[in-house]
Design a protein around this ligand. Sequence first.
Ligand code: NAD
Length: 483
Amino acid sequence: MTPQPKASHFINGEYVEDTKGTPIPVIYAATGEQIAVVHTATPEIVERALASAKEAQRTWASMTGTERGRILRRAADIMRERNHDLSVLETYDTGKPLQETLVADATSGADALEYFGGLAASLTGEHIPLGEDWVYTVREPLGLCVGIGAWNYPTQIACWKGAPALACGNSMVFKPSETTPLCALQVAEILHEAGLPAGVYNVVQGMGEVGSALVTDPRVNKVSLTGSVPTGKKVYAAAAEGMKHVTMELGGKSPLIVFEDADIDNAVGGAINGNFYSSGQVCSNGTRVFVHKDIKERFLARLAERVAGAVLGDPQDEAVNFGPMVSERQMEIVLGYIEKGKAEGARLICGGERVDRPGYFIAPTVFADVTDDMVIAREEIFGPVMSVLDFETEEEVIERANATEFGLSAGVFTRDFTRAHRVIGALEAGSCFINSYNDAPVEAPFGGVKASGVGRENSKEAIKHFSQVKSVYVRMGDVEAAF
Ligand code: NAD
């Protein structure tokens, strides 16, 4: 598979190019080389996408759920058949190691298409008896939905938004991140190959302005964004102006709490998964690792031993398990945080620098003796930087874990199950883990509280965010009126 797509956009069932749009170079993060180019959507392209989606939605919604679901499930099968090529493309798009993309991206997208394809036929309303009268409810689609993606999981995000939207009878215009514009086009192509009517799922490229043009268009009924908190605030406000539905999947600075009775190797494994998978570019990462002071040095020693086993290198080599930052800019941001950590007096256990090779690699970095007031403990870094903080009591750690504007995820490692449930119950977070970290099966709701977002993706919860309920009162007798 060559990374250069057939054209920049996918509208009304076909690839569309418009070279009048500003070129967006696609840079391979492992080498710094340009591997493709796409063009920003011009206002004409945005208009074509919105008009096609608006038009196609009616026909799509008039099909039965079984028919819609069959198309989504067929798309899931095609995705699985092409998993290898799609994973290679995902690696070019993001720089994530093929070892990861083979099992976490097109496969996760296919899971969403299969799951929501399976649910499509079961979306029904209720019958509410009221004596001889009754009310019935109808679960209806919202209409035209806009999806806007971040750069860390381009295939997965395109599917996590598209699959529930389409299952409910909506159409979608999806704008991938300008940093990773390639994979969503494959999702659109596969959906149409599976029989999706033209115009139901469209992809347009561009930066924030294109996203903003989509969000503010009066034809759009719903906006689902995956991105940072500052972007989320802007998009939420713009959507509110038009009274549109929103789902906001935003950033985090999640706590992972390791109690003194935890299985150390499992807790270290959880901390590695929650900080270094995708080179730390995961929104739900447990980047504040609170370790009980009695086991802190044992935890750090085992962590350093295991982090030394990370295999950096060409991400297309399946033996490599640690890749570069997605872009030079992201690398600079993360290196800036590492310098702040050093300057603030955190103890560097490992990493802490750029790796001397082409591309945007940063060594997996662990800071110990981090305190709550340090910048590295407060701000989302979105890179391979773990902060280890000490704690002594359960009460204290709960309070400190919650002392953040974010609330995406939280994890607890302990052998004491009563404590595990008590602590998870007290943590302000949407997606939580006990003796595990960062599992995201399609069957489980995913999303945050506080500044980390509103709404949920995946699971039956997502259906509520891509549909609305109409209620119909039916009177069997005569109408009484005052005059
Ligand atoms: P970002 O906020 O910079 O951009 C996200 C998307 O929004 C991009 O497609 C961008 O072009 C678009 N955008 C920017 N300004 C816009 C505007 N005014 N109107 C409409 N669209 C606009 O985020 P990013 O740097 O691509 O991704 C990293 C961030 O995403 C991190 O904060 C991370 O935590 C978050 N994230 C969250 C989740 C989640 O599910 N909660 C998943 C992945 C990433």
